[in-house]
Write a protein that binds this ligand. Structure first.
Ligand code: AMP
Ligand code: GLY
Length: 425
């Protein structure tokens, strides 16, 4: 098969690496891809919002398109490809609303009794009613922009004052444009978090090993929310009993609900789960793989991932195409100094090449660029330095990842030192 992968982050590097191992793969294209995918695929420049996308797929005999990021899914790129007879791994626009429209996702969960935080929805027009509501509740509370906000639309407010300020930013200053004109105000939940990836053809599904992201910038989950500072898998906080509960109370009913609402979901459904003392609850759904969780989950999977994705896209999920046979992975994200606020880029990265042939270290590229035969930093999250070991020794996997990281240098390199500690303690 010839395959087109859309996206350019660390997640897409991980997808490209896993796809490149498939026996069913003939040629992989990546649009636009990155410095890391360049060695695994042909990186191409393609305006996916124009007819060039369809022309490209026809000319290159593309059997499957895999869409990495949420924006093209929410924009309906899947629908357009399918309307032209091209198979896609990634949900249609109306199913992708599960991420792109949090008010919709919350109402779906309420209507189908899927466990999640209690909530209310308000719009810019009901600003005053929202303020009255905020005066009546206990704190902390969580305010979320309903639309896509590049992972920055969630604010945990400790008192009325900060909630009032957040609403002003969303409704009056319109810091997230239309995405923030509708908000979800929800109950603050306490507990450990885990990321669950369900690969589905809309009906059947398989769950990949659970993982844990580290969203805050600083050690001990302090500092600002980021795109993700590291991850590990499997997340041993999810035991087989909990996993069963997540399948039966969350994943299965959500897929059924989407089907019943004529929004059949094909692709990777990402459930962000919080393990409360009253059981697992959904914090958010995403319509795609997580970043950086994909970087630790995919290397642990044996079998043919392309067969899995193709069978899901064909609505005949092959549940035997992949299997988790043990092993542990830890990814530490090396970021530019100052991230997630302002940072400089263009610094030379040294020490990456020594891992090109390594069996248990993968250096994923997130934001890098080639310049005069050198690789330089080109964004906030630069690299994902990832260990993959055969045993279930998370402590060792952590040690290996940090050992590799110590050999990689660039000006201002910054990282958390406690990735995976939650699983070790
Ligand atoms: P999200 O962008 O939806 O992933 O939210 C970012 C982070 O905010 C999550 O990973 C949680 O740590 C936190 N969060 C979101 N919703 C809640 C909630 N209802 N209660 C507690 N923390 C939350
Ligand atoms: N790791 C969080 C996300 O991908 O949304």
């Amino acid at each position: 098969m010839n395959v087109l992968l859309i996206g350019s982050g660390g997640r897409e590097h991980a997808l490209a690496l896993a796809l490149s191992k498939s026996k069913t793969l003939n040629k992989l294209f990546c649009a636009p891809g990155n410095t890391g995918t360049k060695n695994l695929a042909e990186n191409i420049q393609l305006n996916i919002y124009s007819n060039d996308l369809i022309d490209f797929c026809r000319i290159n005999d593309i059997s499957l398109v895999i869409i990495g990021p949420e924006q093209p899914l929410v924009d309906g790129i899947s629908d357009r490809l399918k309307a032209n007879g091209i198979k896609v791994f990634g949900p249609n626009q109306n199913a992708a609303e599960i991420e792109g429209n949090k008010a919709f996702a919350k109402k779906l969960m309420r209507n189908y009794s899927i466990p999640t935080a209690q909530f209310q929805v308000f719009t810019k027009r009901s600003h005053q009613i929202a303020l009255n509501y905020l005066k009546s509740i206990s704190y902390p509370t969580v305010i979320k922009a309903s639309g896509l906000a590049a992972g920055k639309g969630v604010v945990i407010c400790n008192d009325y004052k900060s909630a009032e300020k957040t609403l002003k930013e969303y409704f009056e200053d319109e810091i997230f444009g239309d995405s923030g004109k509708t908000v979800v105000i929800e109950e603050f939940l306490e507990g450990e978090e885990a990321s669950i990836f369900a690969i589905t053809d809309g009906e059947r599904f398989i769950i990949l090993p659970a993982s844990q992201d580290h969203k805050r910038a600083l050690d001990g989950d302090k500092g600002k929310n980021t795109g993700g500072m590291g991850a590990y898998a499997p997340a041993n906080i999810i035991d087989s009993k909990l996993l069963e509960e997540i399948k039966t109370k969350i994943i299965k009913p959500t897929l059924r609900a989407l089907s019943e609402e004529n929004r059949k979901y094909i692709g990777c459904l990402y459930a962000g789960i919080i393990l409360t003392k009253n059981g697992p609850k959904v914090i958010e759904f995403n319509c795609r793989f997580g970043d950086p969780e994909t970087q630790v989950v995919l290397p642990l999977i044996d079998g043919d991932i392309l067969k899995l994705f193709y069978s899901a896209a064909s609505e005949k999920l092959d549940i035997n195409s992949v299997k988790y046979n043990g092993g542990t992975s830890v990814c530490v994200v090396a970021v530019s100094e100052g991230y997630p606020d302002n940072y400089k880029k263009g610094f030379e990265i040294k020490g990456i090449n020594r891992f090109s042939d390594s069996k248990n270290i993968i250096v994923y590229h997130a934001s890098t660029k080639e310049e005069n035969d050198k690789i330089v930093t080109n964004g906030g999250r630069v690299l994902g330095i990832t260990s993959v070991i055969n045993s279930d020794n998370l402590k060792l996997a952590k040690k290996e990842a940090y050992k590799a990281l110590s050999k990689i240098k660039f000006n201002g390199i910054t990282f958390r030192k406690d990735i995976a500690d939650k699983g070790i303690k």
